[in-house]
Write a protein that binds this ligand. Structure first.
Ligand SMILES: [Zn+2]
Length: 68
């Protein structure tokens, strides 16, 4: 599921300083909620796993059509 972007000065198991926006991301889950900071961090790089999950989500669970 998409969540507001956060990063952590402690990184969790990530190799790089990256920000996350998907709560199914293993790396994001390795960061304790108390260590999360809102925003995209100093590096501004997005977590590649979050990006991947985003694409998978787009394929397998389309959002319901919104009536205009
Ligand atoms: Zn991530």
């Amino acid at each position: 599921m998409r969540i507001p972007a956060f990063y952590s000065p402690l990184r969790g198991i990530a190799l790089d300083d990256v920000w996350h926006d998907n709560d199914e991301c293993t790396v994001a889950r390795s960061v304790a909620p108390a260590d999360r900071r809102p925003g995209k961090g100093p590096s501004g790089k997005r977590c590649p796993y979050c990006a991947l999950l985003d694409r998978a989500g787009a394929t397998f669970q389309r959002p319901p059509r919104q009536p205009r």
